[in-house]
Write a protein that binds this ligand. Structure first.
Ligand SMILES: [Fe+2]
Ligand SMILES: [Fe+2]
Length: 222
């Protein structure tokens, strides 16, 4: 199996000889077709990521990570453009190909938010892992497509894929490098929330106790 979104494929250098008229009956058997599939898969993934990044940015309180995510959003727009250029370099029209792999990672985050109803701080900690999952998925997909482009001597395609790959690797490293700091801040904020919560509970307990003793002294007086 080649890549997460590709079924059982056998690569052969020779082009397909049999002409099949119905698309449903056509099987893929050239490396060029596979590269086209990979580009479409990546194009779909990048567009999905572009849709989810604004929410991720809103959910981030760490200033440094927020700024880097905003920067990566601009990079992601460039990734889409580079993939479209890669299609054109192969003489093809850019066409996104549904990628269940990236949809699964996005779905996982959505499910977590809906099922666990996390506090903003817990969600921020969860998002570090979600972001890292996305980047590593992209890295694996770009590395596979890049190896294929190089094997087909598609130099321009390879250069475009490498440019995107380098930015994904840099982003993954940034998230990894920021995790300890972000988690420290998140834990400090959680402790503050807990302390504030127990102070409120303590005050409520005291006033309830005062009300109770007031009532009992009134009862005694009566
Ligand atoms: Fe990307
Ligand atoms: Fe990325």
């Amino acid at each position: 199996m080649y890549g997460a979104c590709v079924g059982n494929l056998t690569l052969r250098a020779a082009p397909r000889v049999t002409v099949v008229t119905r698309e449903a009956e056509m099987s893929m058997d050239t490396a060029k077709d596979l590269l086209k599939h990979d580009l479409g898969d990546l194009l779909y993934a990048e567009k999905q990521i572009l849709k989810t990044l604004p929410k991720m940015i809103r959910q981030t309180s760490d200033a440094e990570l927020k700024e880097r995510l905003q920067e990566h959003r601009t990079e992601t727009e460039q990734h889409v453009e580079n993939l479209e250029k890669a299609f054109e370099a192969m003489g093809l029209k850019p066409k996104a190909q549904k990628c269940p792999g990236i949809l699964g990672i996005i779905e996982e985050k959505k499910d977590f938010e809906e099922d666990e109803d996390p506090t903003a701080m817990v969600l921020e900690a969860f998002n570090l892992g979600a972001g890292l999952r996305v980047e590593n998925y992209e890295i694996a997909a770009y590395r596979s497509a890049l190896a294929l482009a190089r094997s087909l001597a598609q130099r321009e395609v390879a250069e475009l894929l490498k440019a995107n790959l380098d930015q994904e690797v840099a982003m993954a490293r940034f998230i990894e490098g920021s995790s300890a700091r972000v988690l420290r801040n998140v834990q400090a904020a959680m402790r503050e929330e807990e302390l504030a919560g127990s102070a409120v509970a303590g005050k409520a307990g005291k006033s309830a106790g005062a009300r109770k003793s007031g009532n009992s002294s009134r009862k005694k007086a009566g």
